[in-house]
Design a protein around this ligand. Structure first.
Ligand SMILES: *Cc1c(COP(=O)(O)O)cnc(C)c1O
Length: 423
């Protein structure tokens, strides 16, 4: 039997080995001055308290050193992105030569498609999921058009069955089996942004490769949320942003993975810029591009270092927490606890479309409202007014994401208590 008391939630918190990390974050406050119930880390992660110090150090170096800040300070700007490589690689299960922090997510998707969407007369389609995040759909459609294809014909989508919310793995595998010879690129999400569904990366990649397709993933909702093994899964490329579960600030610089077998291939076609040029000869300013034989070879410009400082602060918090294994352990418990409370206390009005199995979801739950009294959108507005921050996604879903770094079991309890009152 589930214990429904607040005391039980508090006892779960006091037994939580990660409980101290909440204090390392700025938690937004309600008008009454209380901590908000912030279940929106899937959209914009909270600010670690140390971020101001890391960014401040950089501002001070710039004040004191001017251009010499590129070389002289402890955290020199010229190699600043390299400070992020090791912790970032660990978060996604990659080797250090497979990861780079650069640009923004959609920009990186385009750069990756320039290299890995290489259509031929018979193999030219791109497979994405129905109801993909709009930026991904626009990026894919524009790449198809760039190569002279009509997205209505060349963009394949995998849909849930009629009347269902989730994509069935067997339907996806059957589509790849059936259409694989004509698919140049499979581009799927790590965690689907609307439903919170996680697909089987290794199996999709294996199957895609067996048909001769390139396989890439958009990890916007996966990185910092679930455990990833990009290298072992043999994924060709992946892209992610750092402002969601990675808590690195609005619009912060994005991450990119290129598997070693491609990253070391200097001859791979790409859009080049001087920051991707071999470091030993970059400043000779010669006319011929020599790619760095790692994922860094896709860099274009010298990066916005202020933003990299915020990422470094956040990655240090992840490292101190012990990486994704302990975070994931807590997330499974915390999300499972929230789910059980919701079913027990609000089950007649709220349905959860996210998969029940922990292996098929991250920390997010997507809720739909089955009530004649109130639409989901109105309920979401009332929740916000009551001190809960979570998000509404058209057409029909309230997304709630308790994150293991700064959310507590008491947050989950208060969330359900408020929701029950509103219903
Ligand atoms: C958040 C998100 C984006 C946002 O793209 P930006 O280029 O960072 O603005 C794109 N795709 C998915 C799947 C996302 O979840």
């Amino acid at each position: 039997m589930l214990n429904l008391s607040l005391e039980h939630a508090l006892s779960l918190d006091s037994a939580d080995p990660l409980r101290g990390f909440r204090d390392q974050f700025h938690i937004p406050k309600t008008a009454a001055g209380k901590d908000e119930i912030y279940f929106c880390g899937n959209s914009l992660g909270l600010q670690p308290k140390r971020t101001a110090d890391y960014v401040g150090e950089l501002l001070t170096d710039w004040q004191n050193l001017g251009v010499r800040g590129h070389f002289e300070p402890k955290h020199a700007w010229l190699p600043y992105h390299e400070f992020l490589t090791d912790p970032m690689a660990k978060l996604v299960g990659a080797q250090n030569n497979e990861v780079v922090t650069m640009n923004s997510l959609t920009a990186n998707l385009h750069l990756m498609m320039v290299s890995f969407y290489r259509p031929t007369a018979t193999r030219y389609k791109i497979l994405i999921e129905d109801h993909a995040f709009p930026s991904d759909t626009y990026a894919v459609a524009s790449q198809l058009k760039l190569h002279g294809h009509d997205p209505r014909e060349a963009m394949l989508t995998i849909k849930p069955r009629e009347g269902e919310e989730l994509i069935r793995a067997e339907d996806l595998y059957a589509l790849i089996e059936r259409e694989g010879e004509s698919i140049a690129l499979i581009l799927l999400p790590g965690v689907q942004y609307y439903t919170g569904q996680v697909m089987d990366f290794a199996e999709i990649t294996r199957l895609g490769h067996s048909k001769g397709c390139m396989v890439g993933f958009d990890l916007a909702h996966a990185v910092g949320n679930i455990e990833l093994k990009l290298h072992d899964w043999d994924v060709d490329f992946a892209c992610w942003c750092t402002y969601k579960y990675l808590n690195s600030g609005p619009g912060s610089v994005a991450g990119c993975f290129v598997h070693e077998r491609h990253a070391t291939n200097r001859d791979l076609p790409r859009f080049a810029g001087w920051w991707g040029h071999d470091k030993s000869t970059r400043f000779q300013m010669g006319p011929d591009f020599q790619a760095i034989p790692t994922a860094e070879g896709w860099q274009l410009s010298n990066p916005p270092v202020l933003s990299l400082a915020a990422i470094r602060a956040s990655l240090d918090v992840f490292t101190e927490a012990g990486g994704m294994r302990p975070l994931r352990e807590k997330a499974e418990k915390l999300t499972g606890y929230l789910e059980a409370l919701l079913k027990a206390e609000c089950g007649s009005h709220i349905a959860i479309i996210t998969p029940e199995s922990p292996a098929e979801r991250g920390c997010q739950l997507s809720l739909t409202v089955a009530s004649d009294q109130m639409s989901g959108k109105v309920l979401h507005e009332k929740m916000e007014a009551a001190g809960i921050t979570c998000d509404w996604r058209e057409p029909n879903v309230i997304r709630v994401a308790p994150t293991p770094l700064y959310n507590s079991y008491a947050d989950a309890w208060h969330f359900v208590d408020i929701l029950k009152g509103l219903l």
